[in-house]
Write a protein that binds this ligand. Structure first.
Ligand code: GLC
Length: 390
């Protein structure tokens, strides 16, 4: 499947690319975090392709360290889909002007393994990327990254954004207005945040940021990355952790209102080994394994089953509102195993393997029945390989 979805070539202006498209016919382009996940799977099969895919992610960006959410290597989006992309101009864009969840340094470290040359090759551009994020996407300077658009977290239509974005939500026509606002300020997050209140310090984005900073600290040996990781982790604990429920909540707008909706993003800090054990164990006991919340028969649902907005089935217009995706388990199962919940981790992986065997590698699965939903031959569902190998 990864071979079938592989795309490589040279653009009209001479830029070489090689990546796995997430799934045809729905997704033609290169998505930032999808490619990172594909490379993590590819490393078990063909390390040259894993490296090529990550190099292409770097090539999709700018010298100042900006990396786009989506890159259009083979063709520009068609007129029907173009309005759905968060680009700098209305037409003729090579990539979006929005960002994706920052997983690249983490993926780079995993793909490099003992390949010192590849690791070294990544250090300067990855440092530029992490510095760009800190400089451009932390407008209030509290250490936590801010997203302007809901899909910058990768969880486009998550119900946690419903109240924050209202009619500007990703699944509503007003999303075009949101993109237009960003264009008007040249995608300058500080300028945007001065004028508009629809922005979020997103827990999942910041957890992935910490993991990437830690990967960078290990790859470079430079203490500054470890210090920054520590500061972001502490900010998550101080500002996003809710002692009442034990969950972590996003902070919305200038007033940093906690977004009290339980989604897998609220569980993501489980992956941060530096957080106190009792905080992580509570996430496991009270939420991940809780039979009425996330303890579903198949995978880990993307929204808690007791949330009023929870919808486990397929919805053509909205995703991330309930079904189980493989990357959710990929992030959380190693943490479960490390905390001693090996059997639960194995059970979650086996349930997804069973679903994949019966229904193929689908975009996501029904948490109660294991039914495969949305796109077929979906790239990052191959993360199952990494979960089994790990
Ligand atoms: C959907 C998902 C997003 C993913 C993209 C490509 O938009 O919400 O996370 O990156 O599809 O697979």
């Amino acid at each position: 499947m990864l071979h079938a979805n592989w795309r490589e070539g040279v653009t009209r202006d001479g830029r070489a690319y090689a990546f796995t498209c997430p799934a045809t016919p729905r997704y033609h382009h290169q998505w930032h975090w999808d490619s990172c996940f594909h490379a993590i799977a590819w490393r078990h099969l063909d390390r040259a392709r894993a490296r090529a895919e990550l190099r292409t992610v770097l090539r999709s960006g700018r010298a100042d360290g900006f990396l786009p959410h989506t890159a259009f290597w083979q063709r520009w989006p068609g007129w029907r889909r173009a309005p759905l992309y968060a680009t700098a101009r209305v037409r003729r864009n090579a990539a979006t002007a929005s960002i994706g969840p920052p997983v690249l340094p983490l993926a780079w470290e995993l793909v490099a393994g003992d390949d010192d040359a590849f690791r070294e090759e990544g250090l300067a551009p990855l440092a530029a990327h992490l510095d760009w994020l800190a400089r451009e996407r932390d407008p209030d300077g509290d250490g936590l990254l801010t997203i302007l658009l809901p899909d910058e977290s990768g969880m486009d239509d998550s119900p946690k954004y419903d109240a924050v974005y209202g009619r500007l939500a990703h699944w509503r026509p007003g999303y075009a207005v949101l993109v237009q606002r960003c264009r008007r300020v040249g995608w300058d997050a500080a300028a945007y945040a001065r004028r508009h209140d629809e922005h979020v310090e997103d827990v999942l984005v910041n957890v992935l940021y910490v993991l990437s900073l830690q990967a960078m600290a290990r790859m470079s040996g430079e203490a500054r990355w470890a210090r920054r990781a520590e500061a972001v982790q502490q900010a998550l604990l101080d500002r996003c952790h809710d002692p009442e429920t034990g969950l972590f909540y996003d902070l919305a707008g200038g007033a940093e209102r906690p977004v009290r909706v339980s989604t897998w993003s609220s569980l993501a800090p489980l992956a941060l080994t530096g957080l106190p054990d009792d905080v992580r164990r509570r996430l496991v006991e009270d939420h991940v394994l809780h039979p009425r919340r996330y303890g579903a028969p198949v995978g880990i649902p993307s929204v808690a089953m007791d949330e009023p907005s929870y919808r486990p089935g397929f919805d053509l217009w909205r995703c991330w509102r309930g079904p189980s995706w493989v990357n959710t388990a990929w992030l959380l199962v190693p943490a479960l195993r490390a905390l001693g919940y090996e059997d639960d981790g194995d059970r979650i992986v086996s349930s997804l393997l069973r679903a994949a065997r019966e229904h193929g590698l689908r975009e996501y699965y029904h948490p109660h029945t294991g039914h495969g939903l949305a796109s077929r031959d979906f790239g990052w569902s191959t993360l199952l390989l990494d979960l089994v190998a790990g």
